[in-house]
Design a protein around this ligand. Structure first.
Ligand code: ATP
Length: 329
């Protein structure tokens, strides 16, 4: 029991379940989140990630038996206020009749900070989220991305021990979302607050998080860095959920191969199978070749345009496909 009392574990989730009627949303899940790290809960819709986040926040209570520790203290039965967590939801929840400054000040007023201390803290936060010139605007006068930055500033104002983000950028368009991911990453490096972000977007998880927790049906499938879960997926579920995958025939069975792990040859080589090019798509410096095998199976191969074979690829070309690396479970 001692180790979690050390400062290394910011959040410990110990055998936590949550059932709604006869539905198990979270199933005896255990997880440690290192202090100061940024962890993404990644999984398909309905896998239980929001429920888990809401239990960490104290907005939902776990079934009996499970425990949640925040900075070494058992927070399972603590109220939301006592947990000192900052929370940002997908949908902007700013007070529309308050200015940006007043929104950020809200939690500090509740905690009865003095007026000068509030003023100082609000300016610090405006600076941190790069909205120095927007303090006197109302939420309706901001873009979606700016509003989410205000939401984050408001959540951070009270210096939470833990920051919880539930799909914070998913209502924004793709370009703004990408900018905000970079921004969040930089902000986290500056703040070092233990942060958990819920997302169903694997690219988002890979871009922002130190560590990714892949969840399926209320259970953890794998915990790892972006590279670990992509290159060494622990299960077919992870392999399929995190990135594209091909099924390569192998005797009676099949092997899983990533599109960039396929080599294309003009002559047969040992282990290769014949294929016909069905379609070529140019994606900047990459080419995507859709291939058909003799048995009717389709494969997708990604190759860089400077590869020699790339020049010769046209619809209908016959060639040989060789997996450079395969995954089996
Ligand atoms: P999404 O990405 O769609 O938000 P999620 O992974 O966050 O999905 P949860 O919201 O945690 O999933 O829901 C997990 C399961 O629990 C779902 O099947 C959902 O219908 C169910 N559930 C969640 N909250 C409740 C509730 N208050 N009452 C009944 N069932 C619920």
């Amino acid at each position: 029991m001692e180790d979690f009392l050390s400062s290394a574990v910011g959040i410990r989730i110990n055998a936590v379940s949550k059932t709604f009627g006869d539905q198990i949303a979270v199933d005896r899940l255990s997880l440690d989140v290192a202090t100061g790290s940024l962890v993404a809960l990644l999984g398909p819709s309905g896998c239980g990630k929001s429920t888990l986040l809401r239990m960490i926040a104290g907005l939902e209570s776990p079934d009996p038996g499970g425990h949640i520790y925040i900075n070494g203290e058992d927070a399972t039965r603590r109220s939301v206020q006592d947990r000192h967590v900052g929370f940002v939801f997908q949908h902007f929840a700013l007070f529309k009749h308050r200015t940006v400054r007043q929104n950020i000040a809200f939690g500090l007023e509740l905690r009865r900070w003095s007026k000068p201390a509030i003023r100082r803290r609000v300016e610090e936060l405006l600076d941190l989220v790069k909205l120095q010139d927007y303090g006197d605007r109302y939420p309706s006068q901001l873009s979606g991305g700016q509003r989410q930055r205000v939401s984050l500033a408001r959540a951070l104002a009270v210096q939470p021990k833990v920051l919880l983000l539930d799909e914070p950028f998913s209502a924004l368009d793709a370009k703004v979302r990408k900018e905000l991911r970079h921004w969040l990453r930089n902000l986290h490096e500056e703040m070092q607050v233990t942060t958990v972000i819920v997302t169903h977007d694997q690219e988002e998880a890979m871009e922002v998080a130190d560590s990714i927790v892949v969840i399926n049906k209320g259970r953890i499938e794998q915990v790892g860095t972006a590279a670990e879960i992509y290159d060494r997926p622990a299960s077919p579920f992870v392999m399929n959920f995190v990135g594209e995958v091909n099924r390569f025939p192998n005797g009676d069975g099949e092997l899983f191969v990533r599109p960039h792990e396929l080599e294309l040859h003009q002559e047969p080589t040992e282990g290769s199978v014949p294929a016909v090019v069905h379609r070529i798509t140019h994606l900047g410096k990459e080419l995507v070749a859709e291939l058909r095998l003799v048995n009717g199976e389709q494969l997708s191969a990604h190759l860089s345009r400077d590869q020699q074979v790339a020049e010769k690829l046209v619809r209908g070309s016959r060639l040989y496909v060789l997996p450079r690396h395969t995954h089996h479970f």
